[in-house]
Write a protein that binds this ligand. Structure first.
Ligand code: ZN
Length: 506
């Protein structure tokens, strides 16, 4: 390496390390806010986190950053595109360009409008009053359109919104993917509802004391590879995972004492997120590349551990004895088969976060189509509740009786998260793509899972997905692992095989 370039590159690296440290410090504050902070800390905490995010923005878009990137431009083109150096420069350039493209007053207006929209949304949901939220919803979509207009090089304004969560993914590509799953998934769901098969899940709906649920869930997380030397499990209201370094990832959970699933599978879900962050190559620690590459790929890890492993027939053999140890009175007599069927019961729900595997992506497609129509202007925000009900009836065959159970249920739009819902569906699809490749590579994954030995599966994921961190954008990662584009076929095969068998349909 040229000596001058070496110095310049190290300056860039130092700057990016500082940015990364500020981001992670903010993550610690955010984790504390959701777990241990007393209510009195709220106002100061908001200010502290907003100061940190301002510092991050200033550094990423500073003149110094611009000058460093310019000096490195020619050298960058001579680098192996697969090198960490090239990836780091690509990352910095993208953040710099994106940060500079959006005027400061628009950023500020978005922050202010979000705080207000979120406050009103909480009220409107409680009172089931869509009209109350409407002006704020209009405002959020208006601001989203203004934000998208800052990036005129995208083919469609929705692409600019998507790019924040899934670099390079477009509305056209997403439409192709969702069109492929929409009919078959909807038909499978309706066939199950019409099958007359009733699964008895009463074993999961007994009284399970909170302490024992947390202990059992933690033990299950440890079976998947979660290590208390490099993580913690705590309680919260809306569970999430957060990583402070490649050696410290926090997961959170919540407990419903009358239903086992929320704590158990919620914990396994967050464990998947944490394992992704903990699997990033140690050499990337301290740099902004040391994190999951996108929301969708992140969700592919959480869903893989929660569903493809956690709700599999094979893993049920290892999981049930652990639960029986913690709940001998409630589950002592349960058979593996009855437990497997109970944890995979399909039941119609209006609420996305309660949806089973078969209907989950249909909830997302409703939201995606509505978001696109609102951004394109083909749908007015005032007509949203009707549009929601129509699509729900069409894809799921059920109609939410209230807006609280319909259009008002999610927090995302009040936070300005438009273009984000798709990552949940994409995660389910990607999880099955990794899964099929992994099953080709490992001799007998079912035997491993049945024995509670998840290590070879996790090592496969580290090797192919985790260790790269944010080095490759999502679609490139998919190509590297599977040799092709995002492909919904493995996902459909998985759903049809699993639920066709459980419900004797298809
Ligand atoms: Zn998640």
């Amino acid at each position: 390496m040229d000596r001058n370039m070496n110095t310049t590159f190290n300056q860039l690296k130092t700057l990016l390390q500082e940015v990364h440290d500020l981001t992670k410090a903010s993550a610690v504050l955010g984790w504390d806010r959701q777990t241990y902070m007393p209510p009195g800390g709220a106002a100061a905490r908001s200010r502290q986190m907003s100061t940190l995010s301002k510092l991050v923005h200033e550094r990423l878009t500073s003149d110094e950053m611009g000058e460093l990137l310019e000096s490195l431009d020619e050298w960058h083109r001579s680098l192996d595109p697969d090198s960490d150096e090239a990836a780091l420069i690509r990352y910095a350039r993208r953040e710099f360009t994106r940060g500079r493209a959006v005027p400061a007053d628009l950023v500020q207006e978005m922050t202010l409008a979000t705080g207000e929209a979120n406050r009103v949304w909480q009220q409107a949901r409680k009172e089931d009053d869509f009209r109350k939220f409407l002006p704020h919803l209009e405002k959020m979509f208006d601001l989203a359109r203004q934000y998208a207009a800052c990036f005129p090089h995208f083919e469609h304004p929705y692409d600019a919104l998507l790019d924040r969560f899934e670099q390079g993914l477009t509305k056209a590509e997403l439409t192709r993917i969702f069109e492929a799953i929409k009919r078959p998934q909807s038909e499978l769901f309706k066939a199950i509802l019409g099958s007359g098969v009733e699964i008895d899940d009463r074993m999961l709906r007994q009284h399970f004391p909170a302490d024992a649920q947390i202990a059992a869930s933690l033990e299950a997380a440890q079976m998947l590879g979660f290590d208390l030397q490099r993580g913690r499990l705590d309680l919260t209201t809306h569970p999430f995972a957060s990583a402070f370094s490649v050696n410290d990832a926090r997961i959170t959970t919540r407990v419903n004492e009358n239903f086992l699933n929320a704590c158990l599978f919620g914990t396994l879900h967050e464990t998947g997120h944490a394992l992704y962050e903990l699997g990033v190559a140690p050499r990337l620690e301290g740099l902004p590349l040391a994190r999951g590459t996108s929301s969708g790929v992140h969700e592919s890890q959480s869903r893989l551990f929660e569903n493809l492993i956690g709700r599999s027939r094979a893993f049920a053999r290892a999981l049930l004895p652990v639960l029986q140890k913690h709940f001998p009175a409630q589950l002592g007599d349960a058979s593996v088969e009855a437990f497997y069927r109970a944890i995979n019961k399909v039941q119609p729900s209006f609420i996305r976060v309660e949806a089973d595997e078969v209907s989950y992506n249909l909830h997302i497609i409703v939201r995606f189509e509505i978001e696109v129509a609102l951004i394109e202007g083909g749908l007015a925000p005032a007509d949203l509740p009707d549009a929601w009900r129509q699509k729900f009836e069409q894809y799921l065959g059920i109609t939410p009786p209230t807006d609280r159970e319909g259009v008002l249920q999610d927090v995302h739009w009040s936070w300005g998260l438009i273009g984000h819902f798709q990552s949940y569906a994409l995660g389910n699809i990607l999880a099955c793509q990794w899964w099929e490749r992994m099953r080709d590579d490992l001799p007998d994954p079912d035997a491993l899972m049945a024995a509670g030995n998840i290590t070879p599966l996790r090592e496969w994921l580290i090797e192919h997905v985790h260790r790269h961190g944010r080095k490759y954008p999502p679609q490139e990662l998919v190509r590297r692992v599977t040799g092709g584009p995002i492909d919904p076929a493995p996902y459909l095969r998985y759903l049809q095989a699993k639920y066709g068998q459980i419900y004797a349909v298809g």
